[in-house]
Design a protein around this ligand. Structure first.
Ligand SMILES: [Zn+2]
Length: 346
C-alpha cells in the first residue's frame, strides 16, 4: 500500500510545516521544501582550523535577500586544487580580515576554492544556513551586509574563466542557499551589482546569467533577466562614458570633458562623489588587492540619475541623447532612474 495521507502529514509536521503552509510555499514556487537540492559538502570553521572570532557573531532574525558572488583576486590563480589549499586560503583570508581590516572574523559567509572545496567563512554561517530562517551578518558588500550572503571564489576572473570544479561547486552551493532561503534566482548577484568594484571579475560576472539558469533548473523555476547598472572604469570609452560625463557635469562637475573617454578628470569627479557619499569602502577580499579608484558602478549611478525632464540642450538631454542615438530608443517625458538603467543596459 502506498504511503497514507496520515504518513505524509506526520512527515510534514515533523518538518515544522503545516499542510497549508507547504501548499502556500508551493504556490510561490519557492523551494524551501524542495528535496531535489541536496546539501553540498561544506567544511566548517573547525575543519580548517579557524581562529575564534574576536567578537560576538551577529545573527539577524530574517533570511538574506541576495546571494552575492565574489572573486578573491589575490593570491592569483593557483594550480593547487587540493583540499589543504582550500583550508589554507580560508585561514589566509580570516587572518587578513581580522589582522588588517580589524574585523571580528572572516567577512564572507562561504569560500569556494579552485579545486571546488567549499568552506564556511564567518563562524556560525553553516549552522544558520542549515536552519534556513536566519542570517549571519557578514562583511563583504558595503552598506548591504544585512541583506547579502556572500561567497568568495578563489582566483582572479577578469580575463580568464573559472575552473570547472569551482563552477560546479558554486552552482551546487548557490542552489542550496537559494533553496534553503527561498531566494529567487534573479537575486543571485555579483558584488559589482552593489558597489563600484570589478568583483567578481568580468568573466565570472558574465556567467551569472548561466548561474541563475542552473540554479533555476535545480529549483524548478523559470528565471527572468535582472536589470543592472553597468560598471565603467578609467580607460573605458564610448557612449555610456559620454552619458556619465554629461550626468556628472549636470551635477556641477564642469571640469569633466564630454568626450566619451574615461580619463583623469572623470575619474576624479567620480572619486569625489564616492567620497562625499561614504562609498569608498568596498568590503571584500578582492577590493583590497586592486586599485579601483574612480570606478563608476551600481552605488554611483543612482546619485547621478535623478528623475528629470530634460530641457533642450541641457546636460541630461545630452546624456540621454548619447544613449538614444546609439539604441534608436525614443525617450520622451521624465527620465527616471529606471529609464536611465534601461537605456544604459541596452
Ligand atoms: Zn567582492
Amino acid at each position: 500500500m502506498a504511503a497514507s495521507p496520515g504518513f505524509d502529514r506526520r512527515a510534514l509536521l515533523k518538518g515544522g510545516l503545516t499542510v497549508t503552509a507547504v501548499g502556500a510555499l508551493g504556490a510561490f514556487g519557492t523551494a524551501r521544501a524542495d528535496a531535489s537540492v541536496a546539501a553540498p559538502e561544506i567544511y566548517g570553521t573547525g575543519d580548517w582550523g579557524a581562529r575564534p572570532p574576536s567578537g560576538a557573531i551577529t545573527v539577524e532574525n530574517h533570511k538574506p535577500t541576495y546571494i552575492v558572488v565574489h572573486h578573491t583576486v589575490e593570491p592569483g590563480n593557483s594550480e593547487d586544487y587540493s583540499k589543504e589549499r582550500a583550508f589554507q586560503i580560508s585561514r589566509d583570508i580570516q587572518n587578513f580580515h581580522m589582522n588588517t581590516r580589524g574585523w571580528i572574523d572572516t567577512g564572507q559567509q562561504f569560500t569556494n576554492s579552485r579545486g571546488g572545496f567549499v568552506t564556511e567563512g564567518r563562524h556560525r554561517s553553516l549552522e544558520i544556513l542549515r536552519g534556513g530562517t536566519q542570517h549571519v551578518q557578514g562583511a563583504n558588500v558595503a552598506n548591504h551586509n544585512s541583506e547579502v550572503i556572500g561567497i568568495e571564489n578563489e582566483g582572479l576572473y577578469s580575463t580568464v574563466d573559472v575552473p570547472r570544479a569551482l563552477w560546479d561547486s558554486l552552482v551546487k552551493l548557490v542552489a542550496y542557499i537559494a533553496s534553503q532561503y527561498g531566494i529567487p534566482p534573479e537575486n543571485i548577484k555579483g558584488h559589482r551589482d552593489f558597489n563600484s568594484t570589478e568583483c567578481p571579475g568580468q568573466v565570472l560576472y558574465d556567467r551569472l546569467p548561466e548561474l541563475r539558469q542552473a540554479v533555476g533548473g535545480a529549483l524548478g523555476r523559470s528565471v527572468a533577466a535582472p536589470l543592472e547598472w553597468p560598471l565603467l572604469k578609467p580607460g573605458d570609452t564610448g557612449r555610456k562614458v559620454l552619458a556619465a560625463q554629461h550626468l556628472l557635469r549636470a551635477r556641477g562637475a564642469r571640469s569633466v570633458p564630454a568626450d566619451g573617454v574615461f580619463g583623469p578628470s572623470t575619474r576624479d569627479a567620480v572619486s569625489a562623489l564616492a567620497a562625499a557619499h561614504g562609498l569608498t569602502g568596498h568590503t571584500c577580499y578582492a577590493a583590497a588587492h586592486a586599485d579601483e579608484t574612480g570606478f563608476l558602478g551600481a552605488d554611483i549611478w543612482p546619485l547621478i540619475t535623478p528623475s528629470v525632464r530634460p530641457g533642450t540642450g541641457d546636460e541630461a538631454a545630452r546624456a540621454a541623447g548619447a544613449l538614444v542615438e546609439a539604441t534608436g530608443t525614443r525617450v520622451t517625458g521624465v527620465l527616471t532612474p529606471r529609464t536611465w538603467q534601461e537605456l544604459l543596459a541596452s
